[in-house]
Design a protein around this ligand. Structure first.
Ligand code: IPD
Ligand code: CA
Ligand code: CA
Length: 274
């Protein structure tokens, strides 16, 4: 009885999350030719546009109206330092973790690789993940224990078993986009060992590419819960693995993320270890 009640609640939340990302996607699409004001946040590599804020307002309004008792953690509404505290100290079981545009730099430059990401968490663990690229119309979805889907079709991670057959993605946290930074050293260590390396610029979509078998691994330091809450569930529901740099199961509070199809995980961790 308890289980079926819980499933049906989460099924309703899942459908709502899909409805919300599609609506935010429509809003973002209508602003592709007019991005409004662009502002710097922490530094020149960390940007936000008026469209990020509008997408976030739309999502917050919808969630608040439909689920007034649920807590919401969204990128442009709270500082990084207190992000984890916010979702540890909540007074409702369910919380919504939102990135209104993941891949803002791509959005600004007209590169069609950005997404709206919504993760619904229960007791700190993702139970629903929805990531939508409004340009390519790719909608990735997952519910805990119910599998992962791309536009309604089931997805699985790839079967590559060695790093030599694997394309691996990574990205820069704003503070790490400089010569000699940790990620630059890691890229140097991986160079020539994997099939290739990619830096696409949207962590949530990178996790979805991995979940759908198009890349085999991904690592990134300094991501925030809004970058990973949805993508991690989509990945694990597609058969993938997510840990921190030491191989411990990944938590939204962790600073390092290593994600893979599972088969190359150990090799990837060892290769990029500094
Ligand atoms: C960024 C993207 C990017 C990652 C950055 C994130 P944003 O998110 O996910 O791929 O490398 O570290 O900050 O700022 O575009 O929402
Ligand atoms: Ca982001
Ligand atoms: Ca963002």
């Amino acid at each position: 009885m308890g289980v079926s009640v819980k499933c049906s609640v989460e099924h309703v939340l899942y459908n709502s999350a899909i409805e919300y990302v599609l609506q935010a996607g429509q809003l973002i699409r209508s602003h592709l030719g007019n991005k409004g004001k662009i502002e710097q946040k922490k530094n020149a590599f960390d940007l936000v546009t008026e469209v990020d804020r509008r997408s976030e307002d739309l999502l917050r309004r919808k969630i608040h109206k439909d689920y007034p008792s649920h807590w919401i953690l969204s990128e442009e509404n709270c500082g990084q330092a207190n992000a984890y505290e916010m979702f540890k100290n909540h007074d409702s079981d369910y919380g919504w973790i939102i990135d209104p545009i993941d891949g803002t730099t791509n959005f600004i430059h007209g590169i069609p690789y950005f997404a709206i990401s919504i993760g619904v968490v229960k007791d700190g663990e993702p139970v629903i993940g929805v990531v939508f690229n409004p340009v390519t119309d790719e909608l990735y979805t997952a519910r805990k224990t119910f599998g992962a889907y791309l536009n309604g079709r089931p997805i699985r991670v790839g079967k590559e078993s060695t790093l030599a057959e694997a394309v691996i993605a990574t990205g820069f946290q704003a503070s790490d986009f400089r010569s000699g930074s940790r990620v630059v050293q890691q890229i140097d260590q991986l160079a020539g060992r994997s099939r290739n390396i990619r830096l696409f610029g949207s962590a949530s979509l990178d996790l979805c590419l991995l979940a759908s078998g198009r890349i085999t691994g991904f690592w990134h330091d300094g991501l925030n819960p809004w970058d990973t809450a949805a993508g991690i569930l989509i990945l694990t529901e597609a058969g993938g693995k997510a840990t921190d740099k030491d191989g411990n199961p990944y938590r939204l509070s962790h600073d390092s993320l290593i994600a893979s199809n599972g088969r190359i995980h150990g090799e990837l961790i060892e290769t990029i270890k500094l």
